[in-house]
Design a protein around this ligand. Structure first.
Ligand code: ZN
Ligand code: ZN
Length: 355
């Protein structure tokens, strides 16, 4: 048994009797034809089974009702026989973990790996885990051609990839764009092809370096190879809290033991790549709040502790009472100019402006 036999089985028993029935309507015929093409492009029986299960669950009532009306075998009827006949190879499926860098994959197999059986869904294919979080995202990038030209910034390592746009609007909140933007710790699997080629080549896992905007309002992702010696990336908040916990553990430790450990410790710290979300703050808000404070901390009422060497201005920091991370507005009313001590207290001690 092989995937070819499995494909032949579903064509002979399911798709062809539907498509070739003399009384079949135009619409169900076209839908059945479309999925017949999907079936013939599956490279593993397990992927074909997933496609059939998808069709069974989400099957177009147009096709189903037509099959029932004409007495043609339906997918629901064919599935148990399929599973019996090909029992030994149902587990045989291509997943994202089987992908090999440099290998070519058909568009429909890329979609099948992502569980998305609709070619109109665009170039970004987010895949969710059972808990509703993004597991990974696959992208199909066609180089050259078109108004918004995807290209290698550095061959195989840095990819310029335009965001999903609807009617020329490149919104970061579109589901597909947000899947990449909001999950920088999850890999973006890059499938790239030249405009002339029908198959995509897999270039491995990438991650989002930055979002770039063009003057015409278009936006693109600057994606860098994850596997290219960059190592694992972490969130800055995770890095900070993990260090905090390790310090706590060290403090609980016997001092003699700690000193023994210090003696053999490496004096050059290792490095880690981190991801941080930076807000594009309004400079006018900062300037206006500093003007309002006039060199006096708006929390403790004392003068700024020192002057900036660069310009002699009193050193105060502009803090958001309701943090931007909690959707606080970037406004003069929500901001306060505070001395460094009071600022740290707002974040780590008892806050004057609780949130
Ligand atoms: Zn203060
Ligand atoms: Zn602050």
């Amino acid at each position: 048994m092989s995937v070819d036999q499995a494909i032949k089985f579903v064509c002979d028993e399911l798709f062809d009797p539907t498509i070739n029935h003399p009384e079949i309507g135009e619409k169900p015929k076209n839908i059945a034809k479309n999925f017949r093409v999907w079936a013939t492009e599956m490279s593993h029986t397990g992927n074909l089974l997933e496609l059939l299960n998808f069709l069974d669950k989400s099957q177009s009532p147009v096709v189903f009702e037509e099959q029932v009306r004409l007495g043609i075998t339906t997918i629901t009827e064919i599935l148990p026989e399929f599973e019996r006949k090909f029992a030994n190879e149902l587990e045989d499926r291509l997943t994202k973990d089987d992908l090999q860098v440099g290998m070519d994959y058909s568009t429909r197999m890329i979609h099948a790996i992502c569980g998305s059986y609709d070619l109109r869904s665009g170039g970004i294919l987010p895949v969710w885990d059972g808990a509703g979080s993004v597991d990974f995202v696959a992208i199909k990038a066609t180089l050259s051609g078109g108004t918004y030209e995807n290209s290698w910034i550095e061959s195989r390592k840095r990819l310029k990839y335009f965001m999903k746009a609807i009617s020329g609007n490149f919104s970061e909140s579109y589901r597909d764009n947000a899947a990449i933007i909001n999950n920088p710790q999850k890999p973006v699997l890059a499938f790239v092809r030249e405009a002339s080629s029908s198959r995509f080549t897999y270039y491995g896992r990438f991650f989002l370096l930055s979002i770039q905007s063009e003057e015409d309002g278009s936006k693109w992702f600057d994606l860098a190879s994850w596997d290219d010696g960059m190592g694992q990336i972490a969130y800055i908040t995770d890095v900070e809290s993990s260090l905090h916990h390790k310090v706590k553990a060290s403090q609980r430790m016997d001092a003699t033991e700690r000193r023994k450990r210090l003696e053999t410790a490496a004096s050059q710290p290792g490095k880690q790549r981190i991801v941080a979300t930076a807000y594009q703050r309004n400079p006018d808000v900062i300037a206006e709040v500093l003007y309002r404070a006039n060199g006096v901390c708006e929390s403790c009422g004392k003068n700024a502790p020192f002057e900036r060497l660069s310009d002699g201005s009193p050193f105060l920091e502009v803090h958001h009472k309701v943090p931007l991370s909690q959707n606080g507005p970037d406004t003069v009313e929500n901001a306060a100019a505070v001395c460094p001590n009071c600022h740290r207290q707002e974040h780590y001690g008892r806050a004057k402006w609780p949130h």
